[in-house]
Design a protein around this ligand. Structure first.
Ligand SMILES: [Fe+2]
Ligand SMILES: [Fe+2]
Length: 261
């Protein structure tokens, strides 16, 4: 069984990239289940109902969030419904939404979203938070467990991979918007990648307009975050999973770029 995980979708260019390439990726890799991190999919910050429905209609089975989970306030009410959109599990108890999702009919697949806390607004300790969640899922007999670990620091993500080695099917990093080249199988069958990369405009600073980013970094002056325009890319990874054991057998990066007009 093959699953596709897609790195942070940024704004309308990211949503267009999904619509343009997801059908052919699903066919080419015989994808049974696919999800994407979508916390920047609406206007570059947060996710709204329209953006989420557009992505689900395009063929994604589920969407994960991250440190900007509630940047669009309507997510506070939307997450209460039966909806395949997932916020980080290590947030405060006041956060709405399920701690994890179990999806896919033929082979149940559990999906978890978890936030790191190095160089970002700290939620609960991700290492302490994740253990009871994984145990609860395994106790339900679900063997295929996918984790989107939304974190800034590579070391925190690599450590999480080793921490969950042979306890989950895949530990897939998101949030930096820069795809790493360290895909591997940890232990007997945990697929690992420090960052899935970005699905959005590639003539950009991690999806944002280059000029406005330079005002902020080079001039140290305030400027609005604006999603960049121009050609888009789609990045992620395909993970092959033994449906009986839930062990990953391979992980292969995906990176597609639109030709400049
Ligand atoms: Fe992001
Ligand atoms: Fe993020």
């Amino acid at each position: 069984m093959n699953v596709l995980a897609i790195g942070d979708i940024v704004g309308q260019p990211g949503r267009r990239a999904v619509a343009a390439w997801l059908p052919q990726l699903k066919e080419e890799y015989e994808i049974e289940f696919c999800f994407a991190n979508a916390e920047n999919a609406s206007g570059g910050l947060g996710l709204d109902e329209k953006g989420a429905n557009e992505l689900l209609d395009a063929g994604l089975d589920a969407l994960t969030l991250g440190n900007h989970a509630f940047a669009k306030k309507q997510m506070l009410t939307l997450l209460a419904d039966e909806w395949p959109v997932l916020r980080p599990v290590n947030g405060p108890v006041s956060w709405p939404g399920a701690p994890y999702l179990i999806l896919n009919k033929r082979v149940p697949i559990a999906l978890i979203n978890l936030c790191g806390r190095v160089f970002m607004d700290a939620l609960d300790d991700p290492f302490q938070a994740i253990e009871p969640v994984v145990e609860a899922i395994r106790a339900r007999g679900v063997k295929c467990i996918l984790l989107d670990f939304h974190a800034e620091a590579s070391a925190e993500k690599v450590a999480m991979g080793h921490f969950l080695k042979d306890r989950v099917t895949a530990v897939l990093g998101t949030h930096t918007h820069v795809q790493t080249a360290d895909e591997r199988i940890l232990g007997m069958g945990t697929a690992y990648l420090t960052d899935l990369g970005m699905t959005g405009p590639y003539e950009s600073v991690i999806g944002m307009n280059i000029e406005s980013s330079l005002v902020r970094f080079a001039k140290r002056l305030p400027s609005r975050y604006e999603t960049a325009a121009g050609p888009f890319m789609l990045q992620g990874a395909v993970i092959s999973v033994d449906p009986l054991s839930g062990q990953a057998t391979s992980i292969c990066r995906v990176s597609l770029k639109e030709e400049p007009a």
